[in-house]
Design a protein around this ligand. Structure first.
Ligand SMILES: Nc1nc2c(ncn2[C@@H]2O[C@H](COP(=O)(O)OP(=O)(O)O)[C@@H](O)[C@H]2O)c(=O)[nH]1
Ligand SMILES: [Mg+2]
Length: 193
């Protein structure tokens, strides 16, 4: 099947809500702790190793990067997500940009939460789930680096996530072995139809 993500291109990063482009079409937010394997997954999805820089250098916490898939779909990367302020309290400081984004953005269709299969459901991931539930935004947990686990343990990890988030349908991917991206692609397209 044709990969609709193949022409994905980086557009720009913004740090301020007023800089957001027109609120049209669909936007899918890519979230995940730093080092979760998000950039690698985006590159694998697009079959373009140069698309997102794979690096350990975190971006600014307040930035949203726009990747255009086509005229109707953008993928939005939060490069500094792992460094957002987080506390035990329910009120999370995501910075003004992300808070306002969740509150106002009609184009926001879904959030993909990338988590290293060996370290899922860290506090910042749970914060994101809370934000999604709060604003009624569907989310998809994606367990990355599945090559680190046996098939049996992958299945266990998926069912563990499912017990914690019964409304979700978690999937596992490996950017190293290029596994799971057909499914990820289908899931993203399901969010926008
Ligand atoms: N074994 C394995 N390593 C991966 C995989 N995806 C990413 N990594 C490694 O994990 C580190 C962080 O990856 P990156 O994509 O930059 O993560 P990001 O910070 O979430 O964007 C890098 O060293 C990658 O090579 C994977 O599927 N399998
Ligand atoms: Mg990255």
């Amino acid at each position: 099947m044709k990969n609709i993500f193949k022409k994905t291109e980086f557009l720009f990063g913004i740090t301020n809500y007023s800089k957001l482009p027109e609120d049209i079409g669909y936007e899918v937010l890519l979230a995940g702790r730093s080092n979760a394997g998000k950039s690698s997954a985006l590159n694998a999805l697009a079959e373009n190793p140069k698309l997102a820089r794979i690096s350990k250098t975190p971006g600014r916490t307040t930035e949203i990067n726009f990747f255009k898939v086509n005229d109707n779909l953008m993928l939005l990367d939060l490069p500094g997500y792992g460094f957002a302020k987080s506390s035990k309290s329910k009120k999370k400081d995501w910075g003004p940009l992300l808070g306002e984004y969740f509150q106002k953005r009609k184009a926001l269709a879904a959030v993909i939460i990338f988590m290293d299969i060996r370290h899922p459901l860290k506090e910042i991931d749970l914060d994101m789930v809370y934000l999604c539930r709060n604003f009624n935004v569907p989310f998809l947990p994606v367990l990355t680096k599945s090559d680190k686990f046996s098939n049996n343990n992958i299945a266990k990890a998926i069912s563990y996530i499912k017990t914690q988030m019964p409304e979700s349908d978690p999937i596992a991917v490996s950017s190293k072995d290029i596994i799971g991206f057909d499914k990820l692609s289908r899931e993203i397209l399901n969010f926008i139809k």
